[in-house]
Design a protein around this ligand. Sequence first.
Ligand code: ADP
Length: 398
Amino acid sequence: MQVLVINSGSSSIKYQLLDPDSAQVMASGMVSRIGESVDPGEITVEHHSDGRTFEHTGPIADHAAGLRVVFDLFASSGHDLTGAALSAVGHRVVHGGEVFYEPTLITDAVVESIDKLSTLAPLHNPANVTGIRSARALLPDIPQVAVFDTAFFHGLPDAAKTYAIDAGIAAAHGVRRYGFHGTSHEYVSGRVSELIGGDPATHNQIVLHLGNGASASAIRGGRAVDTSMGLTPLEGLVMGTRSGDLDPGILVHLARTAGLDIDGIDELLNRRSGIKGLSGVNDFRALFTLIESGDPAARLAYDVYVHRLRRYLGAYLVELGRVDAITFTAGVGENNARVRADALAGLRRFGIEVDPVANNSKERVARYISPPGAEVSVLVVPTDEELAIARAAVALVG
Ligand code: ADP
């Protein structure tokens, strides 16, 4: 069985061709710089079975043109994706709003609805819709499924999802906490339940998805009871370029005193804040190079990042009352031992400990980093959103 998983951004498409049963990835790649006139676009295909790679450089007019070249590159290497080889195409869709909270078979009406939700996710949903339309045009006979980043958080308790603003305005404009990275939080917490054993319905977990975007979730018995991202993926933890939590009064203050309009504030908080806003770099490897060179701004950025992370951990420890597992995932969570150690330092009295040797291991598999017998299991679990999307897609289409 083969499923093509597509994650379509505004100027890029990431894709994977994989077998949802065995989790084997047959091929993966990326279409970059779609629609750019200055730098030419780039398309890559890597076949994982034999390591062969194919590249194409040149202008890419739009998403459909990019995907067409991907299919041509596949065809020229002996894989016809347009034939009957595919069981389904799975699309990552960022915002499902109040409308979509389960994997959904894509029809014209579904595409229209996802497009309408663009007001809630103006950076993401239009790009997702473009990817869906392109893939449907190229593969009209293959069932296509949308998997929503917000879905796992659909059932958040009212107290966790409600913002304390005028209830009428909130209801009229869909203002509530939706949460994001749901596919990752669900996949990772499911893996943790398998690893720690026992009845998943009794497992209380905290998952820390720390990538460029970052979010924390509190999960009781497989259901999310709180999460750090809100109406948009801006709330919560400090991220690569996003501020995370702020006093909303700052927006009012900046509008009045710094002459920033709505678009200026949007750009400031989404692209010029977080680790980048404080240190000048958004990549954690670059941040650590700066810290090691003695750069005080980089050090402060790191301290603010860890401080925010610990604040959420504290909140979720109290919300859950008892925690069985705390898990780190995504680029920073999987690779940065220092962040993991600092996030959980000094919490022995809560049963939380990190074993330095296990924590510093570079193994790229799901593993414990707490010492044997620790009250709270601390784990590193590589996330795999593509696999989760592929499995959701075939579960739906059969
Ligand atoms: P996203 O999917 O949100 O774009 P990722 O999950 O890929 O982000 O995470 C990107 C972050 O992970 C970057 O800050 C990067 O520095 C960090 N990262 C990725 N790989 C490593 C590594 N091997 N060592 C340290 N940090 C890493």
